[in-house]
Design a protein around this ligand. Sequence first.
Ligand SMILES: [Zn+2]
Length: 371
Amino acid sequence: MRMGSALNIGKLFGIQLRLHFTWFIIFVFLTVLLVSPNWLSPLWWVTGIITCLLFFASVVAHELAHSLVGRANGIPVKSITLFIFGGLAQMAREATRPGAEFKMAIAGPICSLVIGCLFGVLWFFTPGMIEPIAIMLQWLAYINVALAVFNLIPGFPLDGGRVFRSLLWQITSDYQRSTRIATQVGRVVGYLFILGGILIAFLRPFGLNWFTGLWLVFIGWFLENAASASYRQAQWRETLHRFTASQVMTSDCPVVPFNITVSRLVQEYGFVSGRHFFLVADGDKLEGVLTLHNIKSVSQNNWDATQVKEIMTPIDKLKVAHPEQDALSILEQMDEDNINQMPVVSEGRVIGLIARDNLIRFLRIRSEAGI
Ligand SMILES: [Zn+2]
């Protein structure tokens, strides 16, 4: 899942922490909800805001638990984002073994459970605590346990769904099939939430109000969407896994000599063809690659005096693909290194280029053709 419009707020254990704009909505909403029994007391406001911050610190701890266990199992973590429905740790790729996936998935709920118990113990052993603090400790205990329980629902991509997939994967040794089953269960869970939400909104059982119902509908809608996206992604991955680099690459990427100037490059090869990626070669030998980004790093006044070899990314700093490498691992590598293109090299020679948009187009055409 892509998360745009997020604010970087710093790093924790080398992992970027981000706030999605929807987080501010839930933060204000939760604070107001917590303070609502006693609007006019500054003490309630201060306690409410601190409680809300502690809650989100707990959510970060939950995501951090996933991330650190993931990292210990060789899965790099790009960022943790807080948004309206909680937190999301963005991994560069999926686990390669069911055991790793199981540990990574279960770590979050266990962390929430432990935090919930700690707040519960704190509340229990400090009787006579003044009212807002006692109430908020109780709430933090409750909400963390609720977070653990909610996340253990076996619908992918919830943690429970990942646990479920890892078990299926362990039993069947079939990753793709396990993913398809777990994501379909995830969609059913999403629909059940929507249905339950509608029933609660209209029937209002057990003193629940229409708002709770509406909230459940939203969560269900979000879960169904996320599960469908994961299902499609699983299908794409399956498709890419069946193809090699040489089958999905484009072999007509422009090659430019390494000793021409930037102004010659722009005039003769550049924007005319609409390319934004060049291979830079000395005769037959690949020296590096050049992107629009490299060209922009030189001011126009210096274009005449600068050769492309001075601004290109040299070959030794470049990730290259092998013709027989499967397309899925290439896409994962791109995600991991945050790059959009990879040259395909055979015996020291570039035979083609794989760009991220090519892979996406390749998948779209296949899915439209129903292949
Ligand atoms: Zn989780």
